[in-house]
Structure formats: structure tokens, C-alpha cells
Design a protein around this ligand. Structure first.
Ligand code: AMP
Ligand code: GLY
Length: 425
């Protein structure tokens, strides 16, 4: 088979690695990719949002399967463009990707189908939102731009003045662009956060493994929210009891609700959950693998990933049993100084050769490029250093050891990834 992967981050790097392990695959392209992906796939200089150009390429090269890793093209309808041209593609159609593309949609879906989530109200009018905040809200409260905002359109406001500023940012000055034309105001929840990734064929879902994200830039959850500074899998808080509850009350009901709405979901549903004292509740849905959730989950998957992608497309996932190695995995993101605000690019990265031939230690590239034959930084999140181990402690030790192998000017990373799970707090 010839496979095309669409995206350019660490998530697409690990997807490409799994695709390369398939016995069915003999050629992989990635558009646009990065320096790490370029070592296992041929890079194609077409951007992820150039749907027609990507489809032209897939036709010309007789690509058998295209896999879309990123949210923007999925929410924008890349799958519909490919399908209309008779091209085989893994990922949800636009009408299903709305599960991530509109928080107003997903909240209404959960309400209609009694899927547990935080209480909320939706607003398209700023004045109405302000009136609600002044008269009905209790604090802290959470404001969310309804559309896609690189994981940054969520504001937790401790009091009314902060909430009024937040409403102005989202709906007034449109800090997150059109994503703020609609705003969700929701109840603040507390508890452990757990993510669960699932494959879905429209009817049946199969759970991958649980994971936990470290979203803030600084140690001990200080600093700004980021795309994810590290991740661990599995989550010790995702117990058998929690899992059974989620399967019955969240996962299958979501798949069924989408189908009942005529929005059959084929692809990956990423469930962001908060384990509250009243039980697990949905924080958010994503319509694709997480980044860096994929980096801690896919390396442990024993199945041929192509078989799983095809079962999702063909609606035969009920015949697939997913197998994951009973290990733990830890990913530490090495980022450019200043991320997530302002940072420089083009810094030469040294030490990458240390990963060659290592078992169970991976250097997934998030933001890298080749310049004058050298690998340089090309983004805020640069490398997702990932390691496995018999438990979280061993995986953590191995991941941090490997972090010390690489360096570039002004690099930074969190020092506490996996620590709170190891301590059980
Ligand atoms: P989201 O993009 O909706 O997952 O939100 C980003 C982050 O904001 C989540 O991972 C949580 O840490 C936090 N968050 C979102 N919604 C809530 C909520 N209702 N209560 C508390 N924290 C929240
Ligand atoms: N790491 C969070 C996400 O991919 O949305």
C-alpha cells in the first residue's frame, strides 16, 4: 500500500512510525511533515489545509489510504473532499468532526442524550452573556470560545471582573477569532483529569489506553496553558470502576448519539474527562488523536494500525480486538524558550543520534525542520521525548535520562511529568 499522512507534529510522527511497522505498507508520504518524519516518509510540501492539492497528489500517486492527524483540516472538511473524489481516507467527515469544532454543538448533544458534563449556557450575544454573568453566575466559572482555538480558548475566571474581561476577550475583541462568535459558559469542575482515546467506526468503539496531559507550561502546573508539555499513560486514576461507568454512560452513548443525529463518527474520538466526586464528566471531545497523547499510547499498541484504520472506514471494528503492551509510557516535551507566547525558531538541535537503535525510547519531532543539512527547531513544542517502562517510575526515569541527550539554545521542559501520579496525588 501507499499511505499519505497529513500533519506535521509529534502525533503525525508516531502515526507514521506505526504505519511504517505495517507489513502491508511499502511507501509513506507525509504532508507537510517535519525533520523526524522525513527520516521514515517522503515529505510533500503541501499544507494540511490545501485539500484539493492534497487530493490531487493522492490521485496522482495512487495513494491507497490517507490518514489525517490534525483537527483543523478535519473540522474544515478534508475527509468530505477526499471521499467526493473517491479517495480512501481515515477520519471523521465534517458533519461528525463538529464534535470538536463546536463546543456549543457538543454541549447540546450531551444535554440531549443525557451524557454527564458540566452545566452550561451558550451565547451568541455578548450583552446577554454579560447579563448572565452579572445575575446568575457563581464563581469560579469557565468561559469557552465555541470554535477551534489551539486548545487556548478556555478561560477559568475566579470572580466577576475576570469573567467580564474574559467575555470581552472571547466575544468582544475576538482574541480567538471566529471561534469566539459563540461562547459557552460552564460550571467549574474539580477532580483528576483523564483522557481516553478510542477508535470508532460509526457504531462500535474500541478503547485504546488512558492518559493524562500536563497542559501548563511550568512545573507544578504554573504558567500558561499549552498544547501539552508532557503526558503519561496509562492513568492510575482510570480504575476499572471508572472505566465501566464511562463505557456505559459516556463512550457508547456518544457514538450512538452521533449516529442518531445522522453524524456517524468514523475515526478517533478523544474523550477529555474530569473525575468529579459525582462521577466522571466530559470536559471536551476531540475528533482526532491527542498530541502528545498519541506519543504515549500508540507505541504500546500491538495491532497493525492499518487494519484498525480500515476497520473504522469499513464499519468492521466489532471484529477487531485492540492489544496494548502492559507497560507505562511517559513523554516529556522539550520546548523553545518563550513558548507558548513568543519564541525563536531555527536553533540547531544536537544529540539526536543518541536515539538510534534504542529500544523503547523515542524522540518524536513536534516542531523541527532541516536547514542546510542540519536539524533545527521550527516550533514552540520541539521534541516529545518518550520512554516506556514496567511502571511509571521506570518510564519517567528513562524519559528524563533521554531528555538529557538532546539540547538546543533556550530549550525548556517540565521537570515534574508523571510525578503526581507516581505519588498518587
Ligand atoms: P478543554 O479544551 O475544554 O478541555 O479545556 C481546557 C482545560 O481547561 C481542561 O483540560 C481543563 O483543565 C480546564 N477546564 C475546561 N473546562 C473546565 C471545567 N468545566 N471545569 C474546570 N476546568 C475546566
Ligand atoms: N494534548 C491535547 C490535545 O491534543 O488536544
Amino acid at each position: 500500500m501507499k499511505v499519505l499522512i497529513v500533519g506535521s507534529g509529534g502525533r503525525e510522527h508516531v502515526i507514521t512510525m506505526k504505519v511504517a511497522q505495517s507489513s502491508k505498507v511499502d511507501k509513506i508520504y507525509c504532508a507537510p511533515g517535519n525533520a523526524g518524519i522525513g527520516e521514515i516518509a517522503e515529505l510533500v510540501p503541501i499544507k494540511a489545509m490545501e485539500f484539493e492539492k492534497l487530493a490531487d497528489f493522492a490521485e496522482e500517486k495512487k495513494i491507497d489510504l490517507t490518514v489525517v492527524g490534525m483537527d483543523d483540516p478535519l473540522v474544515g472538511g478534508i475527509v468530505d473532499v477526499f471521499k467526493a473524489r473517491g479517495l480512501r481516507v481515515f477520519g471523521p467527515e465534517k458533519k461528525a468532526a463538529i464534535l470538536e469544532g463546536s463546543k456549543a454543538f457538543s454541549k447540546d448533544l450531551m444535554k440531549k442524550y443525557h451524557i454527564p458534563t458540566a452545566a452550561y449556557e451558550t451565547f451568541t450575544d455578548k450583552e446577554a452573556a454579560i447579563e448572565y454573568l452579572k445575575t446568575k453566575a457563581s464563581f469560579p466559572i469557565v468561559l469557552k470560545a465555541s470554535g477551534l482555538a489551539l486548545g487556548k480558548g478556555v478561560l477559568i475566571c475566579k470572580d466577576l471582573p475576570e469573567a467580564l474581561d474574559g467575555a470581552e476577550e472571547i466575544m468582544g475583541v475576538r482574541k480567538f477569532g471566529d471561534a469566539g462568535s459563540q461562547m459557552v459558559i460552564e460550571e467549574f469542575m474539580t477532580g483528576h483529569e483523564v483522557s481516553v482515546l478510542t477508535f470508532c467506526d460509526g457504531r462500535t468503539y474500541r478503547e485504546m489506553s488512558s492518559s493524562q496531559d500536563y497542559k501548563r507550561a511550568g512545573d507544578n502546573d504554573t504558567g500558561l496553558n499549552t498544547g501539552g508539555m508532557g503526558n503519561i499513560s496509562p492513568s492510575p486514576f482510570y480504575t476499572k470502576e471508572v472505566r465501566e461507568y464511562c463505557e456505559k454512560n459516556i463512550f457508547q452513548p456518544t457514538v450512538d448519539a452521533m449516529r442518531a443525529e445522522g453524524r456517524e463518527f468514523k475515526g478517533v474520538i478523544f474523550f477529555g474527562l474530569m473525575l468529579t466526586k459525582d462521577g466522571p464528566k466530559v470536559l471536551e471531545y476531540n475528533c482526532r488523536f491527542g498530541d502528545p497523547e498519541a506519543q504515549v499510547i500508540l507505541p504500546r499498541m500491538e495491532n497493525d494500525i492499518i487494519d484498525v484504520f480500515e476497520a473504522c472506514i469499513d464499519g468492521t471494528l466489532d471484529q477487531v480486538e485492540l492489544k496494548f503492551r502492559e507497560e507505562a509510557t511517559v513523554c516529556v516535551m522539550v520546548a523553545s524558550g518563550g513558548y507558548p507566547v513568543e519564541y525563536e525558531k531555527g536553533k540547531e538541535i544536537s544529540g539526536l543520534e543518541n536515539f538510534k537503535g534504542k529500544q523503547g525510547i523515542w524522540c518524536f519531532h513536534s516542531g523541527t525542520a532541516v536547514r542546510d543539512g542540519k536539524i533545527v527547531t521550527n516550533g514552540g513544542r520541539v521534541l516529545g521525548i518518550t520512554a516506556n517502562g514496567k511502571d511509571l517510575q521506570e518510564a519517567r526515569d528513562r524519559a528524563y535520562e533521554a531528555v538529557s541527550w538532546v539540547s538546543f539554545e533556550k530549550e525548556f521542559y517540565r521537570h515534574d511529568i508523571a510525578q503526581r501520579e507516581i505519588m498518587g496525588v
